[in-house]
Design a protein around this ligand. Structure first.
Ligand code: MN
Length: 432
């Protein structure tokens, strides 16, 4: 669980503890950004009684450590969980309800105000739980902009929660959970079909006991730090934004529904989990769950040996795909499959399995030595793009896409493309 992981990081000296008071207005975000890649505990927040933890899962190594597997094994673990979800157990009581606030006050929480032009303080680590009579439970991430002590503007893209809300006539009970372990966060960030309970994916990765909420008909992780019980209404729409997204650029301001909180439950000494938009943790949570879907799509056309949504591409727009090539057309086929496996993907490089997809210098070497633009470049001039890409068409978000087949030819020609084997020497023998 989250607390065990924080304690473990602390014990091994990997948690940066900041004891001096920090303001949740800009200062906390600046600190998290400056320390990106390193887990941080802000013990004292000037405007709140609760501490803030951030950057907990801000590298592949940290995510792997939290899940007890090597970073390279993450894509396989996730794919396995997606294919074999397990129903989470329901228990009688849980620490997320140790303290009950019947008069909620969001202002008491250390919700960060991240960047100067932001529309307000934002909760970005929140997973929204909802229930539909036919489809069952749904988990999804939604950024929440604080409007006042009880109301939040909720950004809802037209996916599952949007469908639930429409089916419920524009009035939907929800529970917002903050302070969750990595397996729940990753599950909530994963795109599965409507009707699949994302919490089942989490349970397939690690146990996640649930408890019933008090004012809404929902079950949520018993170990959550915070649960905000409330409902979403589309009767009133409000301006949501500006907000910095994955690409570290401002997203558009849109009219969005209001989420009103009617009850807050939390742990004694609750910790507020911050997620800094545009920082590594945000990128990883967005990108990691897409790697298995690309993996699966590519595997349908040829053996896939690795997928990496790179940080420079916001862990969203750029992928490196490794294949074990069996036909000359496999490179191109893998490019098209990768675009199918992740609809927002804009640029993809396909490499042979002798290239480590996580080693960007090796990927560049493959482009330098195996790729000919006139022959190996695939350009799709007019596709549906990501709303996050400021270079896409302003309203329609149409975009061009590009795939680079940086695989070497098969057969005898391949010999000339293989990196030489250097002599093996025991270096330490020469320093004795
Ligand atoms: Mn869903």
């Amino acid at each position: 669980m989250l607390r065990e992981f924080i304690a473990e990081l602390d014990a091994t000296g990997d948690l940066v503890r900041i004891r001096q008071p920090v303001s949740r207005h800009l200062e906390a975000a600046g600190l998290l950004k400056a320390l990106d890649g390193r887990p941080v505990l802000l013990e004292r927040i000037k405007e709140s009684a609760y501490p803030v933890v951030g950057n907990l899962f801000s590298s592949r190594a940290l995510v792997g450590r939290a899940l007890g597997c090597a970073p390279d094994a993450l894509v396989g673990r996730l794919a396995q969980a997606i294919d074999h979800p397990v129903a989470p157990p329901l228990v009688e009581s849980g620490p997320c309800q140790e303290v009950v606030q019947t008069e909620p006050d969001l202002d008491a929480l250390p919700i960060l105000f991240n960047c100067a032009q932001d529309g307000g303080p934002y909760i970005a680590s929140a997973v929204v739980f909802a229930q539909d009579p036919q489809y069952g439970r749904n988990l999804s991430f939604h950024r929440l902009m604080v409007l006042d002590e009880r109301r939040l503007a909720i950004r809802i893209v037209p996916r599952h929660l949007h469908a639930f809300l429409e089916r419920a006539g524009g009035e939907l009970d929800v529970a917002v959970c903050i302070g969750l372990p990595i397996h729940v966060l990753l599950a909530a960030a994963t795109s599965v079909e409507i009707g699949v309970d994302e919490l089942g994916l989490a349970q397939a990765l690690a146990p996640v006991p649930t408890v019933r909420c008090q004012t809404v008909e929902l079950a949520v992780p018993a170990e959550a730090e915070w649960v905000l019980e409330g409902h979403i209404s589309t009767r009133e729409l409000v301006a949501e934004g500006p907000f910095v997204d994955l690409t570290e650029t401002y997203d558009l301001v849109r009219q969005q529904p209001v989420l009103t909180v009617q009850r807050i439950t939390h742990r004694h000494d609750a910790i507020y989990q911050a997620l800094l938009p545009g920082a590594n943790e945000h990128k990883l949570l967005m990108g990691l769950p897409r790697e298995p879907t690309i993996w699966r799509a590519v595997n349908a056309v040829c053996p896939c040996t690795g997928v990496h949504l790179t940080q420079g591409g916001g862990s969203w727009l750029h992928a490196v795909v490794g294949i074990r090539k069996q036909q000359e057309t496999d490179g191109r086929a893998a490019i098209m499959a990768a675009f199918q496996g992740h609809r927002s993907l804009k640029h993809v490089v396909v490499v042979d399995d002798d290239i480590d997809v996580h080693d960007l210098t090796a990927v560049e070497w493959a482009i330098a030595t195996r790729f000919q633009a006139a022959r190996d470049l695939v350009v799709l001039p007019d596709e549906i793009g990501s709303s996050l890409d400021p270079s896409a068409e302003p309203v329609t978000r149409r975009t061009a896409k590009m795939g680079l087949d940086a695989t070497a030819p098969l057969g005898q020609a391949r010999a000339g493309y293989t990196r030489v084997r250097w002599p093996e020497v025991d270096v330490t023998a020469f320093f004795r």
